[in-house]
Design a protein around this ligand. Structure first.
Ligand SMILES: *Cc1c(COP(=O)(O)O)cnc(C)c1O
Length: 239
């Protein structure tokens, strides 16, 4: 049951916050609903969940529309906040910028420029994080650590974006001490940027298996999918 699973994840977050001596409100749970139906998202909303993450543009936009129409008849003040966390192709940047509240996975300057260009004027600036390739794998997307400062300085000039922080997806095969090293590196990079005057408040790191480690290292957003919605089947996620 989604409500029980959600409650369990919230307990894990609360315990990790207590262990890290951080207030519970310091960490936002983004429920990653990719491959799951609008019905599953509605069940999570009814159980009090507010923030949702999607990886695929077409699937995400369809779900956002379904949820909006489901709640259209009600006076709902707490409509979901939608986070795009998958790779952004430049020909999809417009759709992403029009429909989402956050993009965690900005991995090139060109993508930031596209998102900025297409952000509708009636919406607030799009919240973004820079994805950082901490483990330096050639196969992984994200800015190299050395590129982040230069990119951040350019991106803060883009008025339709609000640069919030950094995001990483460490190698899932690594053990927890390796994950912890990666999270620590991302936190140190954020601290360095802040010390240099860039206003940032977000570290998006930690998933179902490593959210406690991420919270100990300062995560302000954890992105949790399977621990809430169950195992994924990728058969239905055509992009
Ligand atoms: C799928 C996904 C998640 C959630 O992963 P789980 O292991 O199911 O919690 C988090 N972040 C990103 C970028 C993802 O693609």
């Amino acid at each position: 049951m989604i409500s029980h699973a959600l409650q369990h994840v919230n307990t894990r977050i609360a315990q990790a916050c207590a262990q890290a001596q951080r207030p519970r409100e310091a960490v936002t749970l983004v429920a990653v609903s990719k491959t799951f139906s609008a019905k599953a998202v509605i069940a999570a909303i009814e159980a009090g969940q507010r923030d949702f993450g999607e990886n695929y543009v077409k699937e995400g936009i369809e779900k956002i529309a379904q949820i909006a129409s489901h709640y259209a008849a009600f006076k709902v003040t707490n409509l979901p906040i939608w986070h795009f966390i998958g790779p952004v192709q430049s020909n999809k940047a417009r759709q992403v910028s029009e429909h989402f509240d956050w993009v965690h996975s900005v991995d090139r300057l060109k993508i930031a420029e596209r998102l900025n260009e297409y952000r509708p004027l009636h919406l607030p600036p799009l919240n973004i994080c820079l994805q950082v390739n901490i483990s330096k794998e050639a196969s992984k997307s994200g800015f190299a650590i050395a590129e982040v400062k230069g990119a951040a300085e350019k991106i803060v000039q883009l008025s339709r974006l609000r640069l919030r922080g950094l995001m990483c997806i460490p190698d899932p095969s690594a053990d927890l001490s390796m994950q912890r090293r990666s999270f620590e590196q991302l936190r140190m990079l954020l601290d360095m940027l802040r010390a240099q005057g860039v206003t940032l408040d977000t570290l998006s790191m930690g998933m179902s298996n490593d959210l406690e480690t991420a919270i100990l290292e300062g995560a302000t957003i954890v992105r949790v999918g399977s621990a809430i919605f169950g195992p994924r089947s990728y058969s239905n996620c055509v992009n």
